[in-house]
Write a protein that binds this ligand. Structure first.
Ligand code: GDP
Ligand code: CA
Length: 306
């Protein structure tokens, strides 16, 4: 069975561990809206979170970056007063960014770069960026737009956001392989990723949402909100910004019945109703791979495919 998963970084990566566990043929379409250039390096946080996590090289305590990381380069940059100093740039991580930046500069599309990096990490799934073109999530705050990373990492999301803009999305195309993967999928899953800054940028690439709606495969979403709160991260701030209630019902309605064929929520949200969408509840805590695989199994069942 070919399963296509739309995913952001940490939540997406943890979810993909559970999908992979079930032995499916998996294609992950990963958000690149968080991508940013710093110190001349092209950085793809969500792609790297997925690649390191599935490749067994992630720091699961910290939640991002490499296990056993050192920070010499970051300290040396700070000693030069080289801005930005607020972005975590580990030494091992920098090697990934160097390889990627060089390959991109040589004219390779991002999807080719991802495949090359995955030769080392062997994630056991096919990873695709949502687009080979640059799409960057910006946050309009106090009348000016800043990169999402600056709002999220530097300001911890505490500067009031007025709205999110997916710069470049309107002109972007789905990356090589994305539309074919969706068309040939038996099941499409929306990971419990941040709906506003992980899933929405993917859906903003012209052609992807349409392909999902047209796909013969059922689309099942898994709620990132449990009992009115994001399990971790700041999805609540993002949802508040776009005026969506921080609840499983709010996110389910945001995706809506055009996209969703099923919406999986936590048992604490068992009373959730989304117009036109079958809703089912079960525990949605991704505490370990076995627990996450159980969530995926339920999504398969909700799709009528078990
Ligand atoms: P990011 O790009 O690294 O922020 O990661 P994602 O967007 O892929 O995922 C972040 C979201 O995952 C958070 O907003 C949480 O709501 C959600 N999340 C994290 N852990 C869990 C979990 O154990 N269960 C569920 N249902 N959602 C989770
Ligand atoms: Ca992200």
């Amino acid at each position: 069975m070919h399963v296509v998963v739309l995913a952001g970084g940490i939540g997406g990566a943890r979810f993909l561990l559970g999908v992979r566990e079930l032995g499916f043929d998996v294609t992950a379409v990963v958000n690149t809206g968080d991508d940013v250039t710093m110190h001349g390096l092209r950085i793809c946080p969500d792609l790297d979170s997925v690649m390191y996590t599935l490749g067994g090289g992630a720091d699961t305590e910290r939640g991002w970056g490499r296990a056993g990381e050192s920070w010499v380069i970051k300290e040396e940059l700070a000693a030069y007063g080289a801005e930005p100093t607020w972005f975590g740039l580990g030494d091992k991580d920098v090697a990934t960014h160097l390889v990627r930046t060089r390959m991109l500069a040589a004219g390779n599309p991002l999807s080719t770069v991802v495949a090359a990096l995955c030769d080392r990490w062997q994630p056991g799934i096919r990873m695709l960026p949502m687009s080979d073109e640059r799409v960057e999530t910006h946050v309009v705050t106090e009348g000016r737009a800043i990169h999402f990373q600056e709002w999220w990492v530097r300001h911890r999301g505490r500067v009031p956001a007025e709205r999110f803009v997916f710069t470049g999305a309107a002109e972007a195309k789905p990356a090589a392989g994305v539309l074919d993967a969706i068309a040939s999928a038996d099941l499409i899953l929306l990971a419990p990723s941040n709906p506003v800054v992980s899933i929405a940028p993917i859906l903003a690439v012209p052609g992807i949402r349409e392909a999902l709606v047209d796909a013969s495969a059922p689309v099942i979403g898994v709620s990132p909100i449990i009992g009115g709160a994001p399990v971790r991260g700041m999805a609540d701030r993002c949802l508040a910004t776009i005026g969506v209630e921080v609840s499983a019902a709010g996110v389910g309605a945001l995706y809506g019945s055009e996209l969703l064929d099923g919406w999986l929520v936590d048992d604490s949200d068992a009373d959730t109703a989304v117009e036109g969408v079958p809703v089912r509840s079960r525990p949605l805590w991704m505490t370990d791979t076995a627990a996450t695989a159980g969530i995926v199994r339920e999504a398969v069942d909700l799709a009528g495919l078990s």
